[in-house]
Each structure stands twice: as C-alpha cells, then as structure tokens.
Design a protein around this ligand. Structure first.
Ligand SMILES: C[S@@+](CC[C@H](N)C(=O)[O-])C[C@H]1O[C@@H](n2cnc3c(N)ncnc32)[C@H](O)[C@@H]1O
Length: 453
C-alpha cells in the first residue's frame, strides 16, 4: 500500500507546482498580509477574478494549506481564517518583502518552460537537451539572441537578492576577500546585484560587471559599477577577484572548463582568486534539502545545464588546471567554491573541514554510533524547529553538521578508555577491587574537572 501512496504522490506532484504558482499569481500572500487573517469568502472578494468559483477556490485553498503555504485558524465565531506561514512570507511581493521570491517562483513554474520536460525520454537518447529539442536552439544561444531573457532575469535576480547575504557572510567568514585585492569582476553578473552586495561589504573594491551586450545595454547606470559587454566563452576582463555565480550550472563539463580557463587567464597571477557560487549536490543531507537540490538539478538538466556533486566539481576544477580549492557551505542551497589564492582545503582542530563525509571505517563501533546518534538527534530537532527558526540558520547548521567529523578529545578518550577497561575487569568485588574501581572513577572525574561539593 505504501508503494502505491508514494507512486500517487509522485504522479500528482504537479499539484504542488501549479497551486503554488496560482497562489503567487493571485497575490494571496499579499492579500492576507495587507488585511490580516481572512475567511475564504473575504479572500475571494480580493481576488483579481470577476466571479470566483467558490467550490474550486476552496479546493485550491485546501491544497495550499496541505502544502503549508497557509494555516487555517478557527475563531470563537467558528469562522476559519487563513494566515501566512514562513513559506508564504517569502512570497509577499517586493513592496512588503524586498527579498521576495515571488518572481523566482513565477519564472521557475512558467508552464511554457515546464512543457519542455515532455521531451525527457527523447533527450536521453541524444546530445540535445529538452530545451534545445523544444526550441531548436540551446538556451545559451537563445540568451545571446533574444532579449526576452530580461523576463527570466527578473526571476533570477529575485533569487540572487534573496541569498546574496549568505554569500557575503561566507566570503567574510573565510577571508576570501581581503585588503590585498582591489578589483572584482562579476562574470555574467547581469544587473550587478551580487557585485553591489560584495561592494557594500568591501568598499575598497573597484567592481566591473560583465555580461552580454543586450543585457548590459539595459542595466541602469550605476556610478559604483563599470559595465562591460562581452562573451565569457571567449575572454573575461582582468581582475584580482572573479565572481562566477550561477553560471557553470548552465553548461556541460567541456564548456564549463572553457569558462574556468578564461577565468584563470583573467585572474591576477599572484593574488587572483575565483569565487564560484553553485550547488554541491549530495545524497546524504536531510531528505528535504537533498530533494530540493535534486529537483533544481533536474530542471537545470532539462534546460541543458548540470548541477554537480563534489566529485563532479573536482573533475571540472582539475580539468581546468586549478590545484587549490575549497568548498564553503553557506546559508543557502548553494555553496561557495573558492579557487586560487588562499583556497586550499584547510585542516581544522577537529579534522578536515569542508569534506562531506560521515564517520565510517576505522571509527565505526560504539564511538561512531554515539556520534551518529547525536547527529541524527540534532537533525531531528532541526526538522522540528524548521518552521520557527529562519531557514537560513537551519541550512547553515545542517551544512556544518554534515561536514563535521566527530573525534574524541584525547582527554575524554583517555577517561573513556579507563572506564571501559574498568568495566571489562573481571568483577571480583572484594575490597581491593572496589578501591581500584573507586580510584579510577576519581581519576576520571578529576580529569574531566568534576568535583564534589
Ligand atoms: C543564470 S544568470 C546569472 C546571473 C548572475 N550571475 C546571478 O547569479 O544573479 C546567467 C547570466 O550570464 C549571462 N550570460 C549568458 N551567456 C553569456 C556569455 N556568453 N557571456 C557573458 N554573459 C553571459 C546572462 O545574460 C545572465 O545574466
């Protein structure tokens, strides 16, 4: 039975996508935000629809409640009113939330774009992506020749605006930018949202945004930014720091290596560094996070791109001739992949950081079981508080947690070994044995700093 339920869930997954889109298109989050919790009838009067079919609207709201976009509460008049949830707050329009993801949702759920997924089987049998099969050109060619792209860029800008603070935090935390660098080039930087956020944090930088001519011509002039039209597949303006955000996931390995090579040529030979911002896929994170990342990865595949695992990233990084890199988890679905100066994997006191690995092999057994249990308990607690703690914070904790390698403090280990040895002793409870036992416990307590009062 469970298998059949699972099957139905996947078969009708479209319901989530389309009801979510409907909620944004109707501006439901805004209506509730502006007027307070509303009943179904009150909400219906605020819709941009002349005569609302109340039966269908009720069914749609039922589903939106089911997917946690709204919460129904019943007051003392037995009236049910709909309230916002943390998820629907993300979908308030820009006037109420300047980091709104509403436009991103509208771009990602565009039925015309989703339609290309119908070519999936066909695309598995050849070199063309679903997008190319549907439109006759690659997305990259389309972007170069069709300025309808600006519609898509609104959606992408919304996402960049929503998560760029996490990138800046990661850059600061890892000191990827410091006073030794003075210029930054945002490669494929669109309207320069990312460049500006970085500039705010590091005002000593001179920033250049490089994009296609069509895009650059339509970007409002900004005295803080130098706009340069160009093609990153051919060459990139020189800079101390290069930013490559959400670019490589649009291309296969060969083209990605070409872009990385062009970045390498443009980077300052001694102080150059490249900040790649992309997802690093893994199957071990909490299910919800993997599911979200893998869904996006499928969408990128449909349009001819590719999200990569850590191994996939290592492959293109090495093919492009970079020897030093580090992956920095941030409070977003993406990570920072730092390349160049100061970006080697770092050893930390508790083992190698930035390496996705769980305790395995030599340290299996009681010790690792204890840590795995602690890890699972933490993950479970995070799942429970997910709705009340900002998602960004949960993501940082999860990213750190999955990359943490637990090791025993040597002092703790010594104490543990003593206690285990004691427990394994042949228990001959004569006076001497008890004294010995007591003595070991005393020693253990004093090493751990436990005193009796
Ligand atoms: C997915 S968007 C990323 C924009 C920005 N980096 C961000 O993360 O918000 C890809 C950007 O690359 C630009 N682009 C595409 N092909 C390009 C090319 N050959 N040379 C320069 N820019 C290009 C697009 O115009 C677009 O702005």
């Amino acid at each position: 039975m469970e298998a059949r339920v699972q099957l139905s869930k996947h078969m009708f997954a479209f319901a989530e996508t389309m009801s979510l889109r409907c909620a944004v298109e109707l501006g439901l989050p805004d209506k509730i935000y502006e007027h307070g919790p509303l009943t179904l009838a009150e909400l219906a009067t605020k819709l941009p629809i002349e005569s609302v079919n109340m039966d269908r609207f009720e069914q749609t709201m039922r589903y939106l409640v089911h997917i946690n976009l709204f919460t129904p509460t019943t007051n003392h008049h037995e009236e049910t009113k709909y309230e916002l949830t943390p998820m629907s707050r993300l979908l308030l329009s820009k006037i109420h939330n300047n980091k709104s993801l509403a436009t991103f949702v509208m771009g990602a759920t565009d039925p015309e774009e989703l339609f290309v997924s119908g070519r999936l089987v066909e695309s598995l049998g050849g070199s063309k992506s679903c997008w190319e099969l549907q439109h006759g050109v690659t997305l990259s060619e389309k972007m170069m020749n069709d300025n309808k792209w600006s519609k898509v860029s609104d959606a992408l800008n919304a996402n960049t605006l929503n998560m760029i603070d996490a990138v800046v935090d990661g850059i600061k935390r890892e000191s990827i930018i410091d006073q030794s660098v003075t210029t930054l080039v945002d490669v494929g930087g669109n309207t320069g949202i990312a460049a500006k956020a970085i500039l705010n944090a590091f005002p000593h930088l001179k920033c250049t945004v490089m994009d296609l001519l069509d895009v650059v011509e339509n970007v409002p002039k900004d005295p803080q930014l130098t706009l340069v039209a160009g093609d990153f597949l051919s060459s990139i303006p020189n800079g101390d720091v290069l930013l490559l955000k959400s670019i490589l996931h649009g291309y296969d390995d060969d083209v990605s290596v070409t872009i990385l090579n062009n970045c390498k040529k443009a980077m300052h030979p001694t102080r150059g560094r490249l900040i790649v911002v992309e997802m690093v896929l893994d199957m071990e994170t909490m299910q919800e996070f993997s599911h979200a990342r893998l869904g996006l990865a499928m969408q990128m595949m449909l349009i001819g791109g590719k999200e990569r695992t850590k191994k996939g990233w290592e492959r293109v990084i090495h093919m492009a001739g970079f020897t030093r890199y580090k992956i920095v988890p941030i409070a977003a679905a993406e990570s920072i992949i730092g390349l160049g100066v100061g970006c080697q994997m770092r050893k930390s006191r508790r083992g190698r950081r930035f390496e996705v690995r769980k305790s395995r092999g030599y340290n299996r057994g009681l010790k690792s079981l204890k840590f795995e249990k602690a890890r699972s308990a933490l993950e479970e607690s995070l799942r429970r508080v997910e709705d009340i703690v900002p998602q960004a914070i949960v993501l940082v904790i999860v990213n750190e947690l999955e990359r943490t390698i637990f090791t025993l403090d040597p002092l703790e280990k010594q104490v543990g070994d003593d206690v285990i040895a004691l427990l394994q002793q042949d228990r001959n409870f004569n006076d001497g044995g008890n004294n010995n036992e007591l003595e070991i416990f005393h020693q253990a307590a004093s090493r751990l700093g436990i005193t009796s009062s």
